[in-house]
Structure formats: structure tokens, C-alpha cells
Write a protein that binds this ligand. Sequence first.
Ligand SMILES: Nc1nc2c(ncn2[C@@H]2O[C@H](COP(=O)(O)OP(=O)(O)OP(=O)(O)O)[C@@H](O)[C@H]2O)c(=O)[nH]1
Ligand SMILES: [Mg+2]
Ligand SMILES: [Zn+2]
Length: 314
Amino acid sequence: MTTDMAEDSNEMLRSEQAVIIKGVGGLYSVYFDGRIYDCPARGIFRKEGIKPLVGDRVVLGEIDGNKNTAVIDKISERKNSLIRPSSANIDMIAAVVATGRPEPDLLLLDKLIVSAEMKKIDVLLIINKADNDPQMALSIEKEYKNAVLHCAIASTKDSTGREELLRLLRGKTTILAGQSGAGKSSLTNFLSGSEIMETGDLSRKTERGKNTTRHTEMFILPKENEEDPPSFIIDSPGFSLFETEQATSAGLKDTYREIYMNPGLCRFQDCSHTGEPDCFVRKLVEKGVFPKGRYERYVHIFKELKEKERNRYK
Ligand SMILES: Nc1nc2c(ncn2[C@@H]2O[C@H](COP(=O)(O)OP(=O)(O)OP(=O)(O)O)[C@@H](O)[C@H]2O)c(=O)[nH]1
Ligand SMILES: [Mg+2]
Ligand SMILES: [Zn+2]
């Protein structure tokens, strides 16, 4: 009877609500129903070569509500996983650019979007430090509105954009990514409403040649309404994110939202959209659906991938 009940309560926890938010030295912090539990993973995971990841949905056992401890009994199947930062079940990448200090590196941004698309992860573009150059914020927004699922303008300095961002992040697990100094850790603090991440002075960091953010940890964002699902955010250091190594020149066109959301026909079936005659993508560029700068960088990335592929077979 007692074992049955234990089974039952375990079943209840299979609602995929328990989430690993941090893991250090084999001890995990697991968020479940508004609380955080300290949990060792069972030896079986190690034996089977499974490493629990931040973002894993898990089944908890031996829950002790007084000590806030439990053990991780089972890891649910992952919808995706990333190597850097080491994490699972990511719903969205929030690509962060600043309008100045540092100057936005749009080629890097485009590569980040390519990586996210290859993983079939939605992209939210956060144009931060809008206080530096509000005009530039608007022009970046114009250039990227067809490139990503959502665009939002923010300034942690002026406290603008917080409500909109919290709404866009609601119920999702999101990773902040982008250039060092763009304001990812500042956004983490701004959104969570507490100083949980160390933020850095750009010049000081450049001197040290280091980022301020090193470990993977997921934070729970404040809810607008009590019944809202929890929103999780992961800060990540500099541009260490992502594996563009897997991109291929042939597959590149499938990672551009401007192209796949506006399908059309080219004269050649295997058109790479980089200058062939009667190419529908050129028409998208002329119409402004695929902004010129984005298109030029597309051609640039295509050539870079071609070059890499050529060298590989030498
Ligand atoms: N003017 C302005 N400065 C900001 C804003 N947000 C952040 N900063 C400043 O930008 C600097 C870098 O911010 P961080 O949040 O540390 O940047 P990061 O993206 O986490 O950098 P890494 O951890 O190195 O990848 C800090 O000095 C912040 O105070 C903003 O909206 N406007
Ligand atoms: Mg940081
Ligand atoms: Zn074409």
C-alpha cells in the first residue's frame, strides 16, 4: 500500500514540471512547484553515461519538503541539447546586440541565428543599450524583423523593454547569447529583478581577456500572474555559444527565415541564391523583404562555408 502511494506520488511528478536549474559536482538544484530542491543524481546515470543537464525535465523521488532535498530518479527525453552552454530543452535563443560599446557585429549575429535555426530553436533578437543610439536600434529592428521570430528593443540603463521581454519569455527556457559586453548579464539582472550575475566593464574585461560569465545556471523569472507557467533564463559568456561547424553551404538557405517563409521558384532547382540568374531571392532583396545587408552577409557566409568545404577535401 505504502509503496503504491509512493509510486503514485512519483507518477504525479512525471508532469515534467521538475527542472534542473544548476549542477555542480554531481549535486543538482531542481525547481519544482515553486521550490528548489538539492538533489544528488542516482549512480545509474553515471553507469549509463548520462550526464544530467541544466534544463533537463526530471522525475524526483525521496522528496523531503523540510530539508528541501530529493533525488533525481529519471530524466525525461530531451527535445534538444547544446554543448556550450551545456544545457537541454531550450525553447528560444535570445540573441543580444548593443547599439554601441560594443559596435554590433552583425556577421556574428547572423551566424548565431544560423546556428539556432540549425537546431530548430526560435530566435528573439534583443537590441539592447538603445539609450546609446535609439536610431540605430530602430534600423537594426527593421533589418531583422523578418529574420527572427521576435525583435525587442531594450535598455537596462533606462529600464525600458522589461515588460515586453518578460511576456516574450513567459513559460519558456531561453538562453541569452551574443557579443561580450552587449549586456546579457545586465539583462539577466534586469529581468529577474535582482543582481544575480556579475556584469563587467568592457575595457577592464578586454584587458583581462576574459568574460564575467563562466558557469551554466538557469534563473527563474518573476511571473506576471500566479497561474503563469515558469520562465527560465540562462546567461552565457561572450560568443562561446554554438556550433556553426556543422553548417554547410548547401543547407545555409534553409536557415534563413526570410527565404523559407517566402518560398518561390528559381530558374535552377539547386539555386544557392548567391547570384544565379532568375533567382527569386534576388526579388525578395529588391522588394526589401530580405534586407540588402542581411543578403550580402548571407553570400559572405555561403562563400566562407564553400571555402571551408573545399579545404576539407584537399
Ligand atoms: N549604456 C548602457 N550600458 C549598458 C546597458 N546594459 C548593460 N550595459 C553595460 O554594458 C557593460 C557590459 O554588460 P554585461 O551585462 O556585463 O555584458 P555581457 O553581455 O554579459 O558580457 P559577457 O559576460 O562578457 O559576455 C556593463 O558595463 C553594463 O553596465 C544598457 O542598456 N545601456
Ligand atoms: Mg556576462
Ligand atoms: Zn535562387
